[in-house]
Design a protein around this ligand. Structure first.
Ligand SMILES: [Zn+2]
Length: 263
């Protein structure tokens, strides 16, 4: 879209080159939006805009990582729909990025790129495995949630990777890197052989292990391969897992035999 400033341009305009310089309130102010904190019920943040100025209100009771994401999200709405707007955005909308293409997803993508810019993330990923220690370190550096950090790591496409989110009873969403997206599909229900399943049973809040791929992947030959699982509780009822393939053999084999014996 012409005339829409990108997160990268925004950061460049403000000479922001390091994660600790990403001051969301200053970035919003640069675009005419001021940020206020107040207890909100039923939503995480809202924006009321008129002409060239807007007021973003963020839930003062949310954790700082969530507040930062919310500001980035509302700034995203403002950049795309400057003028007269009035929106309320809840946690569910801030998940929609992972499953759909719509104004909420667009605002979420904007927030992700603003909070974890590619040019700052890529050098920090170099030579690192997509595992818990990398995720924890990056989430700390960028002051973001583990979930949005995991999704950004996946966006960088440096390895075959998948991010999957489950509750005890179902899969909520998943995303794969380019290599795996339309080739491999995660199980709908968590396998007892996964670390994630244990976390939802109360065995800690994080865990990682190299597991047989049939603990994760819905494919007849999955048991022949392994996958590196890094899981963490996003809430007590929701587990997010970053899956990382050391080699792309399983993906190549699945592509070769693709099609009709699974769905
Ligand atoms: Zn929104």
């Amino acid at each position: 879209m012409a005339g829409i400033i990108t997160p990268k341009q925004l950061l460049d305009d403000l000479f922001i080159t390091e994660p600790d310089e990403i001051d969301l309130e200053a970035i919003a102010a640069h675009l005419g939006a001021s940020v206020k904190y107040a207890p909100l019920t039923g939503c995480e943040a809202r924006i009321v805009g008129d002409g060239d100025t807007a007021i973003i209100t963020v839930n003062s009771q949310s954790i700082p990582q969530r507040q930062r994401f919310s500001i980035g999200h509302e700034v995203g709405h403002w950049v795309y729909d400057k003028g007269k707007i009035s929106l309320e955005c809840g946690a569910a909308k801030q998940q929609s990025f992972y499953t759909a293409q719509d104004p909420e997803s667009r605002a979420n993508a904007f927030a992700s790129e603003l909070l974890i810019p590619k040019q700052m993330l890529l050098p920090r990923l170099q030579g690192r495995k997509a595992d818990l220690s990398t995720l924890t370190e990056l989430a700390d550096t960028f002051r973001t949630s583990m979930t949005s950090t995991a999704c950004r790591v996946l966006d960088m496409q440096t390895h075959p990777t998948m991010v999957v989110c489950h509750t005890r009873t179902k899969r909520l969403w998943y995303r794969g890197s380019r290599e795996v997206q339309d080739v491999l599909r995660p199980l709908r229900n968590l396998s007892k052989d996964s670390v994630a399943w244990g976390l939802l049973q109360g065995n800690g809040t994080t865990g990682s292990e190299e597991v047989d791929a049939d603990a994760w992947i819905d494919h007849p030959d999955a048991g022949d391969y392994t996958v590196f699982e890094s899981s963490f509780l996003a809430t007590p009822e929701m587990v997010v897992s970053l899956l990382w393939w050391r080699s792309d053999l399983q993906i190549r084999e699945a592509m070769r035999s693709s099609g009709d014996d699974w769905n």
